[in-house]
Design a protein around this ligand. Structure first.
Ligand code: CMC
Length: 438
């Protein structure tokens, strides 16, 4: 059963209706109930019946789709993929198994997983032309636009007309090639030779090897690092209708192909209010460290309404409680640093900052807690990932979620091109004025 059909079958159609009064018209609107009791008013008839539209900048109250992939309860700090707790998946699953779960809706059988892993492993190489393609970009290029450009360019190599089979192949290629692209982007920034993927490594070990091995010396992947990386990917794998996922859906709704849609998602993720926050968090910790390690001055700036500074890695549109990913990562951070025998002053700064904010009425009243990006950067640093590449790691992790959401959108019986409306506030009709008269 296609994921959307499954969601339809599970969701109860509520008998309730909502009423809206616009001028002298009262409209009965259907109410939709999700499988976890979430309620929505279906305003589909509003414009046709009344001529009015709704206004919701930032879409804080707008549901754009029904989805059976990820459930978040922001008040309780719950996150589940296809019903499975992310904490359990991070502990017990692998990234590729979780990717299968997100994309197909169920955990794979052993045969399904073996076949999937083999398929992914055999498609990790990039066409050699990409070496020239990436080489043409400046040495100091940020790896996120490099990845977005390369993923977009994959479509020029795989031009088959869209079919179920070509989409299946694109999914395998994207998941397989993203680590290779990420590692190539990093090697390019160092001016080092690219390291080819290895089929005898698991997914995360292969990425680490491609990033850190060189042709001149043997390199051993630390299994602790590989396991931590895999768990990080799982925690990032989906997060329902966030900015980049909504971008992937919107671009895909025009019938743009998967590569083009994912490339747009990578660009959306790069922004500092979204995935790019993980880089900004560590830069913020470093700035605090350079200033002597006391975070109070930074916190004061973040609280000042006349200062645009924000506490990076804090706050979330959906979570009004501790982000469960941050809760998991805080503990993982301590464990990874211990196991790698690394001490990092930045972890102390992070913990100090968190303690202050949890007592500060500004953050308490606004329900601002650490989000996924608050501790992930400290782990990435301990694993040896350069700061510039943090958001690329997020993108590798988020890829299966983007793919699952794109597929669900394309199978949705309510599928339509995404096209928000607006309230026009510009000039009324006026006559053109020639240059001489201006
Ligand atoms: N530091 C200081 N004040 C904040 C912060 C922050 N990080 N986040 C929100 N606020 C304040 C904001 O100024 C506003 O105050 P007031 O009511 O006095 O005007 C109030 O809290 C509500 O904020 P908002 O801007 O309406 O919240 P939002 O839902 O539009 O924004 C957010 C969510 C994540 C963009 C925002 O919290 C933020 O900018 N955080 C820092 C960037 C960050 O860490 N982003 C990563 C998000 S998690 C990873 C991902 O999924 O992308």
């Amino acid at each position: 059963m296609a994921p959307q059909a499954e969601a339809e079958a599970q969701a109860q159609d509520s008998q309730d209706t909502a009423q809206i009064r616009v001028g002298d018209r009262t409209l009965d609107l259907p109410v939709i109930q999700g499988t976890e009791g979430e309620m929505a008013v279906d305003i589909g008839a509003l414009r046709k019946e009344t001529g009015y539209i709704t206004m919701d900048p930032g879409f804080g109250n707008t549901g754009a789709c029904r989805s059976a992939i990820t459930f978040i309860d922001g008040e309780k700090g719950i996150l589940r993929y296809r019903g499975y707790r992310i904490e359990d998946l991070a502990e017990q699953s692998t990234f590729l198994e979780t990717a299968w779960l997100l994309i197909h809706g169920e955990l794979p059988t052993k045969t399904e997983l073996d076949d999937f892993v083999e398929d992914v492993t055999k498609h990790t190489m990039l066409n050699e032309s990409f070496r020239k393609f990436m080489d043409a970009l400046p040495r100091d290029a940020h790896p996120m636009p490099m990845c977005a450009a390369t993923v977009g360019a994959l479509t020029t190599f795989y031009q088959q007309p869209e079919s179920e089979e070509s989409i299946r192949q694109s999914i395998i290629r994207l998941i397989a090639k993203m680590p290779t692209i990420a590692a190539y982007a990093y090697k390019h920034s160092l001016g080092q030779p690219f390291i080819y993927p290895r089929n005898d490594f698991d997914y995360s070990s292969n990425l680490i090897h491609m990033m850190f091995a060189t042709p001149c010396a043997p390199y051993e992947v630390d299994p602790v690092v590989a396991k931590a990386m895999d768990a990080l990917f799982i925690l990032h794998a989906d997060h329902e209708q966030n900015c980049s996922t909504s971008t992937v859906r919107l671009v895909g709704s025009s019938m743009a192909n998967l590569y083009a849609s994912i490339s747009a998602g990578i660009s959306a993720l790069w922004g500092s209010l979204h995935g790019g926050a993980n880089q900004k968090v560590v830069e913020m910790f470093e700035a605090i460290e350079r200033g002597g390690g006391d975070p109070e001055a930074y916190i004061a700036r973040a609280k000042d309404p006349d200062d645009p500074t924000r506490l990076m890695g804090f706050g979330h549109r959906v979570y009004k409680n501790y982000d469960p990913r941050a809760k998991y990562l805080k503990e993982a951070c301590r464990q990874v640093l211990d196991r790698l025998d690394v001490s990092d002053k930045l972890l102390e700064i992070a913990q100090g900052l968190e303690e202050i904010t949890l007592r500060d009425p500004y953050f308490v009243d606004r329900k601002l807690y650490p989000n996924v990006d608050f501790y992930s950067g400290v782990i990435y640093r301990a694993l040896g990932i350069p700061v510039d590449a943090f958001t690329v790691m997020f993108a590798i992790g988020r890829l299966p979620g983007w793919i699952a959401q794109w597929l669900e959108m394309r199978h949705d019986p309510d599928f339509r091109i995404g096209r928000p409306r607006q309230v026009y506030t510009g000039a009324n009709e006026r006559d053109y004025v020639g240059m001489d008269a201006r």
